[in-house]
Design a protein around this ligand. Structure first.
Ligand SMILES: CC/C=C\CCC/C=C/C(=O)SCCNC(=O)CCNC(=O)[C@H](O)C(C)(C)COP(=O)(O)OP(=O)(O)OC[C@H]1O[C@@H](n2cnc3c(N)ncnc32)[C@H](O)[C@@H]1OP(=O)(O)O
Length: 281
């Protein structure tokens, strides 16, 4: 049996105010004593929407894994049908002007930390993974997904535009022609389609099997010099990482300008309503 050391496992607060800042954790990190692999689990009901609090916790947890000499990181979800619904639209709809800056900055931080992580990373995608969920999955080096779910960057379908660094992660996984078409169409892929196009690496029949397969992938580096491996990864990813580092401020301003356009706000409102109606039916 796996002996896990839970590094941070604090119950979630039941507060209802969406802008409430809490000291509670929306992620947990468990390190397997035998393999040394850390499993980072997102736990923000109902859909792991990436709000400011979850992004901050993710960033802190990735930092914890970097700091605790783990052999690798597996990203997954405690929700049995949703990996992550992507960015929490409530953060972007009628936003608070200070909080939205912190929100986007935290998202940039998470991407820089995950895409640039020095340890091998894998995503056990145990549920739907649209937009920001797909960003997290494609920031990892390996993806194992359960059947009958969907993954993709659907931004154009929402009338919004994925930033360049979302595209970079996508392009690090898919051939350019496929990535370009999927991005322009805002296409969501089923698990089977994602496998055939190369957006995911393997299909697993259960979360447990997905975690095993991710651990096996990380295990393939056991005999590779860790410093040589991590410097190689960082060199391969340096251009995209450096580009966001250099353009962080402009990227934030671009986002703020776009999100505050009346037409974008209107579109987000309609989309939120459609999600709520769907949830009621
Ligand atoms: C202007 C911005 C500019 C640039 C930004 C560009 C980058 C953007 C990246 C993004 O990530 S945008 C977000 C994109 N995400 C989506 O389109 C996913 C939307 N959600 C779904 O498709 C589904 O909810 C699901 C994830 C497939 C899960 O389906 P399920 O049937 O299990 O749940 P349900 O739809 O009933 O939802 C439950 C509950 O959660 C609310 N919800 C869902 N997704 C979001 C979200 N992304 N943000 C906020 N809230 C979300 C949904 O409304 C329901 O709420 P309710 O219970 O209060 O009705």
């Amino acid at each position: 049996m796996m002996r896990s050391k839970v590094l941070s496992l604090v119950p979630r607060a039941t507060g209802v105010c969406r802008h409430m800042s809490t000291a509670t954790k929306l992620t947990t990190v468990a390190v397997d004593d035998k393999t040394g692999i850390a499993t980072l689990t997102m736990n923000r009901p109902p859909v792991n929407g990436l709000n400011l609090d979850l992004l901050r916790d993710l960033n802190q947890s990735i930092g914890e894994v970097e700091g605790n000499k783990s052999r690798g990181l597996i990203l997954t979800s405690s929700n049995p049908t949703i990996f992550s619904a992507g960015l929490d639209i409530l953060e972007m709809y009628k936003p608070d002007k200070d909080r939205i800056r912190e929100f986007w900055t935290a998202l940039q931080d998470v991407w820089l930390a995950l895409y640039g992580s020095s340890v091998p990373t894998a995503a056990a995608i145990n549920g739907h993974s649209p937009a920001g969920g797909c960003l997290l999955a494609t920031s990892c080096e390996y993806r194992v997904m359960l059947p009958k779910f969907t993954i993709g960057l659907n931004e154009t379908k929402l009338g919004i535009v994925a930033p360049k660094w979302f595209m970079s992660s996508f392009l690090s996984v898919l051939p350019r022609r496929e990535a370009e078409r999927a991005l322009n169409q805002g296409r969501m892929f089923t698990t089977e389609e994602a496998l055939s196009i190369g957006l995911i690496d393997e299909v697993a029949i259960s979360k447990e099997q997905a975690l095993d397969k991710c651990a096996q992938f990380i295990g393939t580096f056991a005999k590779v010099n860790p410093l040589a491996r991590s410097l190689t990864k960082q060199q391969l990813r340096a251009v995209e990482l450096q580009q966001l580092e250099n353009e962080r401020a402009q990227d934030l301003e671009r986002f703020l300008f776009f999100v505050n356009q009346p037409s974008v706000q209107k579109g987000l409102g309609i989309y939120l309503e459609s999600l709520k109606k769907k949830a009621k039916n």
